[in-house]
Design a protein around this ligand. Structure first.
Ligand code: TYD
Ligand code: MG
Length: 486
Protein backbone atom coordinates (compact mmCIF):
# COMPACT_ATOMS: atom_id res chain seq x y z
CA UNK A 1 0.00 0.00 0.00
CA UNK A 2 1.31 3.43 -0.91
CA UNK A 3 2.47 5.62 1.94
CA UNK A 4 -0.06 8.31 2.72
CA UNK A 5 1.08 11.86 2.35
CA UNK A 6 -0.37 14.84 4.14
CA UNK A 7 -1.07 18.13 2.46
CA UNK A 8 -2.69 21.38 3.56
CA UNK A 9 -5.85 22.27 1.66
CA UNK A 10 -7.71 25.55 1.71
CA UNK A 11 -11.26 24.87 2.90
CA UNK A 12 -12.58 27.74 0.84
CA UNK A 13 -11.09 27.29 -2.58
CA UNK A 14 -9.33 23.94 -2.57
CA UNK A 15 -5.81 25.30 -3.02
CA UNK A 16 -3.20 22.80 -1.85
CA UNK A 17 0.13 23.48 -0.24
CA UNK A 18 2.82 21.14 1.14
CA UNK A 19 3.13 23.22 4.30
CA UNK A 20 0.80 25.25 6.48
CA UNK A 21 0.23 28.87 5.55
CA UNK A 22 -1.65 31.53 7.47
CA UNK A 23 -3.17 32.95 4.33
CA UNK A 24 -4.27 31.10 1.23
CA UNK A 25 -2.24 32.42 -1.71
CA UNK A 26 -5.08 31.61 -4.10
CA UNK A 27 -8.27 33.03 -2.59
CA UNK A 28 -6.65 35.21 0.08
CA UNK A 29 -8.64 33.67 2.95
CA UNK A 30 -7.03 33.79 6.39
CA UNK A 31 -6.53 30.62 8.43
CA UNK A 32 -8.40 28.51 5.90
CA UNK A 33 -5.76 25.82 5.37
CA UNK A 34 -6.08 22.58 7.24
CA UNK A 35 -4.14 19.34 7.17
CA UNK A 36 -5.56 16.46 5.18
CA UNK A 37 -4.35 13.12 3.93
CA UNK A 38 -3.71 13.43 0.22
CA UNK A 39 -6.61 11.97 -1.66
CA UNK A 40 -6.59 9.86 -4.76
CA UNK A 41 -8.18 11.00 -7.97
CA UNK A 42 -11.78 9.90 -8.24
CA UNK A 43 -11.90 6.26 -9.18
CA UNK A 44 -14.80 5.21 -11.31
CA UNK A 45 -16.69 2.60 -9.33
CA UNK A 46 -17.92 1.02 -12.51
CA UNK A 47 -14.98 0.94 -14.88
CA UNK A 48 -12.23 0.92 -12.27
CA UNK A 49 -10.52 3.73 -14.17
CA UNK A 50 -9.75 7.18 -12.86
CA UNK A 51 -12.28 9.82 -13.78
CA UNK A 52 -14.28 9.41 -16.96
CA UNK A 53 -12.98 6.70 -19.20
CA UNK A 54 -14.35 5.31 -22.43
CA UNK A 55 -11.33 3.38 -23.60
CA UNK A 56 -8.31 4.69 -25.42
CA UNK A 57 -9.20 4.52 -29.10
CA UNK A 58 -10.13 7.96 -30.41
CA UNK A 59 -13.02 8.19 -32.83
CA UNK A 60 -13.93 10.89 -35.36
CA UNK A 61 -16.18 13.42 -33.68
CA UNK A 62 -18.63 13.46 -36.59
CA UNK A 63 -19.36 9.78 -36.10
CA UNK A 64 -20.53 10.22 -32.54
CA UNK A 65 -24.20 10.46 -31.76
CA UNK A 66 -25.18 13.73 -30.16
CA UNK A 67 -27.39 13.31 -27.14
CA UNK A 68 -29.55 16.37 -27.72
CA UNK A 69 -33.21 15.57 -27.84
CA UNK A 70 -33.02 13.04 -25.04
CA UNK A 71 -33.81 15.62 -22.44
CA UNK A 72 -36.17 14.73 -19.64
CA UNK A 73 -38.65 17.46 -18.87
CA UNK A 74 -39.04 17.84 -15.12
CA UNK A 75 -42.60 19.06 -15.49
CA UNK A 76 -41.75 22.30 -13.72
CA UNK A 77 -41.58 24.80 -16.57
CA UNK A 78 -39.38 27.35 -14.83
CA UNK A 79 -36.86 24.69 -13.82
CA UNK A 80 -36.79 23.28 -17.34
CA UNK A 81 -36.11 26.68 -18.83
CA UNK A 82 -33.09 27.35 -16.62
CA UNK A 83 -31.75 23.91 -17.42
CA UNK A 84 -32.05 24.74 -21.11
CA UNK A 85 -35.11 22.58 -21.78
CA UNK A 86 -34.98 19.69 -19.33
CA UNK A 87 -32.54 17.29 -17.75
CA UNK A 88 -29.69 15.99 -19.85
CA UNK A 89 -28.85 12.34 -19.07
CA UNK A 90 -25.48 11.98 -17.38
CA UNK A 91 -25.27 15.58 -16.23
CA UNK A 92 -24.21 16.75 -12.80
CA UNK A 93 -26.12 19.75 -11.49
CA UNK A 94 -25.11 21.76 -8.45
CA UNK A 95 -27.79 23.76 -6.62
CA UNK A 96 -26.62 26.33 -4.10
CA UNK A 97 -28.39 28.80 -1.87
CA UNK A 98 -28.86 30.03 1.67
CA UNK A 99 -30.25 27.62 4.24
CA UNK A 100 -34.03 27.52 4.24
CA UNK A 101 -34.41 29.14 0.84
CA UNK A 102 -36.14 26.12 -0.67
CA UNK A 103 -33.53 23.84 -2.25
CA UNK A 104 -34.89 20.65 -0.72
CA UNK A 105 -38.46 21.73 -1.39
CA UNK A 106 -37.87 22.41 -5.06
CA UNK A 107 -35.97 19.19 -5.63
CA UNK A 108 -38.58 17.10 -3.87
CA UNK A 109 -41.30 18.66 -6.02
CA UNK A 110 -39.28 18.16 -9.19
CA UNK A 111 -38.46 14.55 -8.32
CA UNK A 112 -42.11 13.81 -7.69
CA UNK A 113 -43.03 15.17 -11.11
CA UNK A 114 -40.32 13.13 -12.81
CA UNK A 115 -41.21 9.98 -10.91
CA UNK A 116 -44.84 10.49 -11.89
CA UNK A 117 -43.74 9.83 -15.48
CA UNK A 118 -42.74 6.34 -14.36
CA UNK A 119 -39.02 7.10 -14.13
CA UNK A 120 -37.26 5.71 -11.03
CA UNK A 121 -35.81 8.51 -8.92
CA UNK A 122 -33.69 8.38 -5.76
CA UNK A 123 -33.55 11.10 -3.14
CA UNK A 124 -30.57 10.79 -0.81
CA UNK A 125 -30.93 12.86 2.31
CA UNK A 126 -27.97 13.38 4.57
CA UNK A 127 -29.38 16.29 6.51
CA UNK A 128 -32.84 15.23 7.48
CA UNK A 129 -34.23 11.86 8.48
CA UNK A 130 -36.51 10.03 6.08
CA UNK A 131 -39.40 10.85 8.40
CA UNK A 132 -38.73 14.57 8.18
CA UNK A 133 -38.66 14.34 4.42
CA UNK A 134 -41.89 12.37 4.55
CA UNK A 135 -43.57 15.15 6.52
CA UNK A 136 -42.55 17.67 3.89
CA UNK A 137 -43.58 15.31 1.12
CA UNK A 138 -47.07 15.04 2.58
CA UNK A 139 -47.33 18.79 2.61
CA UNK A 140 -46.26 18.91 -1.00
CA UNK A 141 -48.65 16.13 -2.05
CA UNK A 142 -45.85 13.88 -3.20
CA UNK A 143 -47.46 10.63 -4.23
CA UNK A 144 -45.41 8.86 -6.88
CA UNK A 145 -44.45 5.25 -6.09
CA UNK A 146 -41.30 5.61 -8.20
CA UNK A 147 -39.70 8.14 -5.87
CA UNK A 148 -37.33 6.36 -3.49
CA UNK A 149 -35.68 7.86 -0.47
CA UNK A 150 -32.66 6.87 1.56
CA UNK A 151 -31.17 8.63 4.54
CA UNK A 152 -27.43 8.03 4.23
CA UNK A 153 -24.13 9.90 4.35
CA UNK A 154 -21.52 7.25 3.54
CA UNK A 155 -20.77 7.48 -0.15
CA UNK A 156 -20.24 3.74 -0.59
CA UNK A 157 -23.69 3.00 0.69
CA UNK A 158 -25.19 5.74 -1.44
CA UNK A 159 -23.59 4.16 -4.49
CA UNK A 160 -24.90 0.80 -3.40
CA UNK A 161 -28.42 2.20 -3.15
CA UNK A 162 -28.03 3.66 -6.62
CA UNK A 163 -26.96 0.29 -7.98
CA UNK A 164 -29.93 -1.39 -6.36
CA UNK A 165 -32.60 0.96 -7.68
CA UNK A 166 -31.00 1.99 -10.98
CA UNK A 167 -32.59 5.43 -10.87
CA UNK A 168 -32.48 7.84 -13.83
CA UNK A 169 -32.26 10.84 -11.52
CA UNK A 170 -30.55 11.11 -8.13
CA UNK A 171 -30.66 13.98 -5.64
CA UNK A 172 -27.91 14.25 -3.04
CA UNK A 173 -29.00 16.62 -0.28
CA UNK A 174 -26.40 17.79 0.56
CA UNK A 175 -22.98 17.07 -0.88
CA UNK A 176 -21.34 18.43 2.28
CA UNK A 177 -22.77 15.63 4.38
CA UNK A 178 -21.29 12.86 2.21
CA UNK A 179 -18.11 11.18 3.33
CA UNK A 180 -15.66 8.64 2.05
CA UNK A 181 -14.31 6.63 5.01
CA UNK A 182 -10.82 6.19 3.54
CA UNK A 183 -10.21 9.92 3.75
CA UNK A 184 -9.34 11.12 7.22
CA UNK A 185 -10.76 14.62 6.90
CA UNK A 186 -14.19 15.57 8.17
CA UNK A 187 -17.32 15.56 5.99
CA UNK A 188 -17.71 18.93 4.29
CA UNK A 189 -13.96 19.46 3.91
CA UNK A 190 -12.59 20.15 0.46
CA UNK A 191 -11.11 16.68 0.00
CA UNK A 192 -14.29 14.93 1.04
CA UNK A 193 -16.53 17.09 -1.11
CA UNK A 194 -14.25 16.76 -4.10
CA UNK A 195 -13.84 13.03 -3.76
CA UNK A 196 -17.57 12.44 -3.32
CA UNK A 197 -18.51 14.69 -6.21
CA UNK A 198 -15.82 13.08 -8.37
CA UNK A 199 -17.13 9.57 -7.78
CA UNK A 200 -20.69 10.69 -8.39
CA UNK A 201 -19.59 12.37 -11.60
CA UNK A 202 -17.96 9.17 -12.80
CA UNK A 203 -21.21 7.38 -12.09
CA UNK A 204 -23.27 10.04 -13.89
CA UNK A 205 -21.13 9.91 -17.00
CA UNK A 206 -20.94 6.14 -17.31
CA UNK A 207 -24.51 5.26 -16.35
CA UNK A 208 -26.23 8.29 -17.87
CA UNK A 209 -27.79 9.17 -14.53
CA UNK A 210 -28.63 12.80 -13.87
CA UNK A 211 -27.39 13.83 -10.44
CA UNK A 212 -28.42 16.91 -8.47
CA UNK A 213 -25.99 17.97 -5.77
CA UNK A 214 -27.27 20.37 -3.13
CA UNK A 215 -24.49 22.63 -1.92
CA UNK A 216 -24.42 24.83 1.14
CA UNK A 217 -23.47 28.41 0.87
CA UNK A 218 -20.90 29.94 3.17
CA UNK A 219 -21.17 33.36 4.77
CA UNK A 220 -19.63 35.12 1.80
CA UNK A 221 -22.11 33.52 -0.58
CA UNK A 222 -20.06 30.78 -2.21
CA UNK A 223 -20.65 27.06 -2.02
CA UNK A 224 -18.36 25.48 0.57
CA UNK A 225 -15.48 23.76 -1.12
CA UNK A 226 -16.82 25.79 -3.98
CA UNK A 227 -14.53 26.35 -6.91
CA UNK A 228 -13.55 22.72 -7.01
CA UNK A 229 -17.19 21.78 -7.41
CA UNK A 230 -18.09 24.49 -9.90
CA UNK A 231 -15.40 23.24 -12.25
CA UNK A 232 -16.50 19.64 -12.04
CA UNK A 233 -20.23 19.93 -12.57
CA UNK A 234 -22.07 20.68 -15.81
CA UNK A 235 -24.57 23.14 -14.44
CA UNK A 236 -24.55 25.47 -11.45
CA UNK A 237 -27.83 26.90 -10.21
CA UNK A 238 -28.07 29.47 -7.45
CA UNK A 239 -31.07 30.57 -5.47
CA UNK A 240 -31.42 34.33 -5.08
CA UNK A 241 -34.00 36.29 -3.17
CA UNK A 242 -35.33 35.03 0.11
CA UNK A 243 -34.68 37.35 3.03
CA UNK A 244 -38.36 37.96 3.76
CA UNK A 245 -39.47 37.90 0.14
CA UNK A 246 -41.82 35.20 -1.04
CA UNK A 247 -40.12 35.13 -4.44
CA UNK A 248 -37.27 32.80 -5.15
CA UNK A 249 -35.16 33.36 -8.19
CA UNK A 250 -33.02 30.53 -9.48
CA UNK A 251 -30.21 31.53 -11.77
CA UNK A 252 -28.07 29.29 -13.95
CA UNK A 253 -24.58 30.73 -13.46
CA UNK A 254 -23.01 27.98 -15.52
CA UNK A 255 -24.68 25.65 -17.95
CA UNK A 256 -22.97 23.35 -20.40
CA UNK A 257 -26.33 22.45 -21.91
CA UNK A 258 -28.10 25.77 -22.18
CA UNK A 259 -27.66 29.49 -21.93
CA UNK A 260 -26.21 30.74 -18.68
CA UNK A 261 -27.72 33.55 -16.66
CA UNK A 262 -31.14 32.16 -17.40
CA UNK A 263 -33.49 32.68 -14.47
CA UNK A 264 -36.58 30.96 -13.15
CA UNK A 265 -38.96 32.70 -10.79
CA UNK A 266 -40.90 30.93 -8.06
CA UNK A 267 -43.04 31.93 -5.17
CA UNK A 268 -42.86 30.10 -1.84
CA UNK A 269 -46.38 29.20 -0.74
CA UNK A 270 -47.64 26.99 2.05
CA UNK A 271 -47.61 24.03 -0.32
CA UNK A 272 -44.17 24.48 -1.77
CA UNK A 273 -42.72 26.48 -4.60
CA UNK A 274 -45.08 27.64 -7.32
CA UNK A 275 -43.89 28.84 -10.69
CA UNK A 276 -44.40 32.47 -11.57
CA UNK A 277 -45.18 32.59 -15.26
CA UNK A 278 -45.26 36.38 -15.55
CA UNK A 279 -42.53 37.71 -13.30
CA UNK A 280 -42.63 41.24 -14.75
CA UNK A 281 -46.23 41.61 -13.58
CA UNK A 282 -45.26 40.35 -10.16
CA UNK A 283 -42.34 42.73 -9.79
CA UNK A 284 -44.36 45.73 -10.87
CA UNK A 285 -47.51 44.84 -8.96
CA UNK A 286 -47.04 47.10 -5.98
CA UNK A 287 -45.53 50.07 -7.73
CA UNK A 288 -46.94 53.40 -6.66
CA UNK A 289 -47.09 56.06 -9.33
CA UNK A 290 -46.26 59.72 -8.90
CA UNK A 291 -43.51 59.07 -6.37
CA UNK A 292 -40.06 60.43 -7.10
CA UNK A 293 -37.05 58.12 -7.28
CA UNK A 294 -38.73 55.25 -9.12
CA UNK A 295 -37.98 54.03 -12.64
CA UNK A 296 -38.77 50.87 -14.56
CA UNK A 297 -36.21 49.11 -16.69
CA UNK A 298 -36.49 46.15 -19.04
CA UNK A 299 -33.57 43.93 -18.20
CA UNK A 300 -32.58 40.72 -19.90
CA UNK A 301 -31.85 37.67 -17.79
CA UNK A 302 -30.54 35.00 -20.11
CA UNK A 303 -33.08 34.97 -22.88
CA UNK A 304 -35.95 36.37 -20.87
CA UNK A 305 -36.88 40.03 -20.63
CA UNK A 306 -37.91 41.15 -17.19
CA UNK A 307 -39.37 44.46 -16.15
CA UNK A 308 -38.20 45.60 -12.76
CA UNK A 309 -38.56 48.72 -10.73
CA UNK A 310 -35.48 50.54 -9.52
CA UNK A 311 -35.90 52.79 -6.52
CA UNK A 312 -33.58 55.49 -5.29
CA UNK A 313 -33.66 57.63 -2.21
CA UNK A 314 -31.40 60.61 -1.77
CA UNK A 315 -31.12 62.28 1.60
CA UNK A 316 -28.80 64.74 3.28
CA UNK A 317 -25.71 63.19 4.83
CA UNK A 318 -25.71 63.43 8.58
CA UNK A 319 -22.26 62.14 9.45
CA UNK A 320 -19.20 63.11 7.42
CA UNK A 321 -18.84 60.87 4.40
CA UNK A 322 -21.88 60.38 2.20
CA UNK A 323 -23.14 56.81 1.98
CA UNK A 324 -23.86 54.91 -1.21
CA UNK A 325 -25.94 51.90 -0.23
CA UNK A 326 -27.24 49.48 -2.83
CA UNK A 327 -29.38 46.35 -2.90
CA UNK A 328 -29.51 44.29 -6.06
CA UNK A 329 -27.04 46.38 -8.04
CA UNK A 330 -23.30 46.83 -7.86
CA UNK A 331 -22.20 49.43 -5.36
CA UNK A 332 -19.41 50.72 -7.60
CA UNK A 333 -21.77 51.17 -10.50
CA UNK A 334 -23.97 53.45 -8.41
CA UNK A 335 -20.98 55.50 -7.19
CA UNK A 336 -19.90 55.92 -10.78
CA UNK A 337 -23.33 57.01 -11.98
CA UNK A 338 -23.64 59.48 -9.11
CA UNK A 339 -20.30 60.98 -10.17
CA UNK A 340 -21.59 61.29 -13.74
CA UNK A 341 -24.69 63.10 -12.46
CA UNK A 342 -22.52 65.53 -10.52
CA UNK A 343 -20.09 66.26 -13.27
CA UNK A 344 -22.24 66.05 -16.40
CA UNK A 345 -25.64 67.17 -15.19
CA UNK A 346 -24.58 69.53 -12.43
CA UNK A 347 -26.50 67.82 -9.62
CA UNK A 348 -24.64 68.44 -6.36
CA UNK A 349 -24.91 65.04 -4.73
CA UNK A 350 -21.70 65.16 -2.71
CA UNK A 351 -23.44 66.09 0.54
CA UNK A 352 -26.09 63.43 0.12
CA UNK A 353 -26.56 59.78 0.97
CA UNK A 354 -27.77 57.71 -1.97
CA UNK A 355 -29.70 54.47 -1.55
CA UNK A 356 -30.61 52.33 -4.54
CA UNK A 357 -32.80 49.24 -4.39
CA UNK A 358 -34.00 46.77 -7.00
CA UNK A 359 -37.54 45.73 -6.08
CA UNK A 360 -38.30 42.04 -5.63
CA UNK A 361 -34.84 40.83 -4.64
CA UNK A 362 -33.50 40.41 -8.19
CA UNK A 363 -29.83 41.05 -8.77
CA UNK A 364 -29.07 43.02 -11.90
CA UNK A 365 -25.67 43.52 -13.40
CA UNK A 366 -26.04 44.37 -17.04
CA UNK A 367 -25.12 47.80 -18.42
CA UNK A 368 -28.58 48.45 -19.87
CA UNK A 369 -29.86 49.44 -16.42
CA UNK A 370 -27.46 52.40 -16.02
CA UNK A 371 -29.76 55.10 -17.29
CA UNK A 372 -32.67 53.88 -15.18
CA UNK A 373 -30.51 54.04 -12.03
CA UNK A 374 -29.19 57.47 -12.98
CA UNK A 375 -32.67 58.86 -13.55
CA UNK A 376 -34.02 57.30 -10.35
CA UNK A 377 -31.28 59.02 -8.35
CA UNK A 378 -31.85 62.35 -10.09
CA UNK A 379 -35.59 62.02 -9.67
CA UNK A 380 -35.31 61.46 -5.94
CA UNK A 381 -32.73 64.21 -5.49
CA UNK A 382 -34.86 66.76 -7.32
CA UNK A 383 -38.06 65.28 -5.89
CA UNK A 384 -39.61 65.18 -9.33
CA UNK A 385 -41.29 61.93 -10.34
CA UNK A 386 -40.89 60.11 -13.63
CA UNK A 387 -44.00 59.20 -15.60
CA UNK A 388 -45.02 55.72 -14.48
CA UNK A 389 -45.78 54.62 -18.02
CA UNK A 390 -42.23 55.24 -19.18
CA UNK A 391 -39.62 52.57 -19.52
CA UNK A 392 -35.95 53.55 -19.44
CA UNK A 393 -33.13 51.79 -21.23
CA UNK A 394 -29.51 52.65 -21.84
CA UNK A 395 -25.91 52.34 -20.76
CA UNK A 396 -24.22 55.43 -19.38
CA UNK A 397 -20.61 56.31 -20.08
CA UNK A 398 -18.34 58.48 -17.97
CA UNK A 399 -18.74 61.34 -20.43
CA UNK A 400 -22.45 61.40 -19.68
CA UNK A 401 -23.21 59.83 -23.05
CA UNK A 402 -25.92 57.20 -23.41
CA UNK A 403 -24.72 54.12 -25.27
CA UNK A 404 -26.49 51.45 -27.24
CA UNK A 405 -27.63 48.26 -25.53
CA UNK A 406 -28.21 44.71 -26.77
CA UNK A 407 -31.40 42.97 -27.82
CA UNK A 408 -33.62 46.00 -27.73
CA UNK A 409 -36.58 44.46 -29.55
CA UNK A 410 -37.29 41.75 -26.94
CA UNK A 411 -37.25 44.37 -24.23
CA UNK A 412 -39.60 46.68 -26.10
CA UNK A 413 -42.01 43.83 -26.73
CA UNK A 414 -42.18 42.96 -23.05
CA UNK A 415 -42.71 46.62 -22.09
CA UNK A 416 -45.46 46.94 -24.64
CA UNK A 417 -47.11 43.77 -23.42
CA UNK A 418 -47.31 45.21 -19.93
CA UNK A 419 -48.92 48.39 -21.15
CA UNK A 420 -46.07 50.88 -21.10
CA UNK A 421 -46.70 53.88 -23.32
CA UNK A 422 -43.33 55.50 -23.71
CA UNK A 423 -39.72 54.41 -23.87
CA UNK A 424 -36.51 56.36 -23.50
CA UNK A 425 -33.82 54.42 -25.31
CA UNK A 426 -30.36 55.14 -26.69
CA UNK A 427 -30.54 57.18 -29.88
CA UNK A 428 -28.24 54.75 -31.65
CA UNK A 429 -30.65 51.91 -30.88
CA UNK A 430 -33.65 53.93 -32.02
CA UNK A 431 -32.03 54.67 -35.39
CA UNK A 432 -31.43 51.01 -36.12
CA UNK A 433 -34.68 49.69 -34.71
CA UNK A 434 -36.35 47.12 -36.94
CA UNK A 435 -39.54 46.39 -35.02
CA UNK A 436 -42.66 48.45 -34.86
CA UNK A 437 -44.16 49.27 -31.50
CA UNK A 438 -47.12 51.23 -30.29
CA UNK A 439 -44.99 52.95 -27.66
CA UNK A 440 -43.66 56.45 -28.16
CA UNK A 441 -39.91 56.08 -28.61
CA UNK A 442 -37.55 58.86 -27.65
CA UNK A 443 -33.92 58.54 -28.60
CA UNK A 444 -31.47 59.71 -25.94
CA UNK A 445 -27.84 60.56 -26.46
CA UNK A 446 -26.87 62.10 -23.14
CA UNK A 447 -27.80 61.93 -19.47
CA UNK A 448 -28.54 65.61 -19.57
CA UNK A 449 -31.11 65.16 -22.31
CA UNK A 450 -32.64 62.20 -20.50
CA UNK A 451 -33.16 64.32 -17.41
CA UNK A 452 -34.91 66.98 -19.43
CA UNK A 453 -37.22 64.49 -21.10
CA UNK A 454 -37.97 62.19 -18.19
CA UNK A 455 -38.47 64.29 -15.11
CA UNK A 456 -41.93 65.61 -14.56
CA UNK A 457 -42.75 68.65 -12.57
CA UNK A 458 -44.49 67.75 -9.37
CA UNK A 459 -47.65 69.45 -8.21
CA UNK A 460 -45.89 71.08 -5.33
CA UNK A 461 -42.60 71.95 -6.94
CA UNK A 462 -39.82 69.92 -5.35
CA UNK A 463 -37.88 71.67 -2.68
CA UNK A 464 -34.60 70.50 -4.14
CA UNK A 465 -35.06 72.14 -7.54
CA UNK A 466 -32.91 75.07 -6.50
CA UNK A 467 -29.95 72.72 -6.12
CA UNK A 468 -29.52 72.46 -9.85
CA UNK A 469 -26.63 74.72 -10.61
CA UNK A 470 -26.15 76.24 -13.98
CA UNK A 471 -22.58 77.26 -14.20
CA UNK A 472 -20.80 79.36 -16.77
CA UNK A 473 -24.03 80.90 -18.01
CA UNK A 474 -25.20 77.55 -19.45
CA UNK A 475 -28.92 77.01 -19.38
CA UNK A 476 -30.09 74.98 -16.44
CA UNK A 477 -29.97 71.30 -17.44
CA UNK A 478 -33.39 70.82 -15.89
CA UNK A 479 -36.25 72.86 -17.31
CA UNK A 480 -37.86 75.11 -14.80
CA UNK A 481 -41.42 74.11 -13.96
CA UNK A 482 -43.81 75.55 -16.49
CA UNK A 483 -46.53 73.08 -17.11
CA UNK A 484 -49.81 72.71 -15.26
CA UNK A 485 -50.53 75.01 -12.43
CA UNK A 486 -46.89 76.17 -12.22
P1 TYD B 1 -36.05 23.99 2.43
O1 TYD B 1 -36.43 23.43 1.13
O2 TYD B 1 -35.95 23.08 3.59
O3 TYD B 1 -34.73 24.84 2.33
P2 TYD B 1 -33.24 24.38 2.07
O4 TYD B 1 -33.27 22.95 1.66
O5 TYD B 1 -32.79 25.30 0.98
O6 TYD B 1 -32.49 24.62 3.32
O7 TYD B 1 -37.08 25.16 2.70
C1 TYD B 1 -37.62 25.32 3.92
C2 TYD B 1 -38.33 26.62 4.01
O8 TYD B 1 -39.40 26.73 3.13
C3 TYD B 1 -38.86 26.74 5.40
O9 TYD B 1 -38.49 28.01 5.90
C4 TYD B 1 -40.34 26.61 5.25
C5 TYD B 1 -40.61 26.98 3.84
N1 TYD B 1 -41.67 26.19 3.23
C6 TYD B 1 -42.85 26.81 2.88
O10 TYD B 1 -43.03 28.00 3.09
N2 TYD B 1 -43.84 26.06 2.27
C7 TYD B 1 -43.69 24.73 2.04
O11 TYD B 1 -44.59 24.09 1.49
C8 TYD B 1 -42.46 24.11 2.41
C9 TYD B 1 -42.24 22.65 2.18
C10 TYD B 1 -41.48 24.87 2.99
MG1 MG C 1 -32.51 21.34 2.75
Amino acid sequence: MAKSKTIFACQQCGHQSPKWLGRCPDCGGWNTLSEEIQERSPINEFTGAWGISEGVSPRPLVELQGEEGERHATGIGELDRILGGGLVPGSLILIGGDPGIGKSTLLLQAMDRIAAQGVPVLYVTGEESSRQVKLRADRLDVSSPHLFIVSETALDRVLEAIRKIQPKVVVVDSVQTLFVPDLSSAPGSVSQVRESAGRLMALAKTEGTTIFLVGHVTKDGSIAGPRVLEHMVDTVLYFEGGGGHAYRIIRAVKNRFGSSNEIGVFEMRDRGLVEVANPSELFLAERSSGVSGSTVVATLEGTRPLLVEIQALVGTTVFGTPRRTTLGVDHNKVSLLVAVLEKRAGLQLMGHDVFVNVVGGVELNEPAIDLAITLAVASSFLDRPIDSNTIILGEVGLGGEVRAIQQISIRLKEAERLGFKRCLLPESNRKKLDVSTSMTLEGISSVDQALRLALETKKAVGRNTSKVVSEKGLPSPIPSPQRGEG
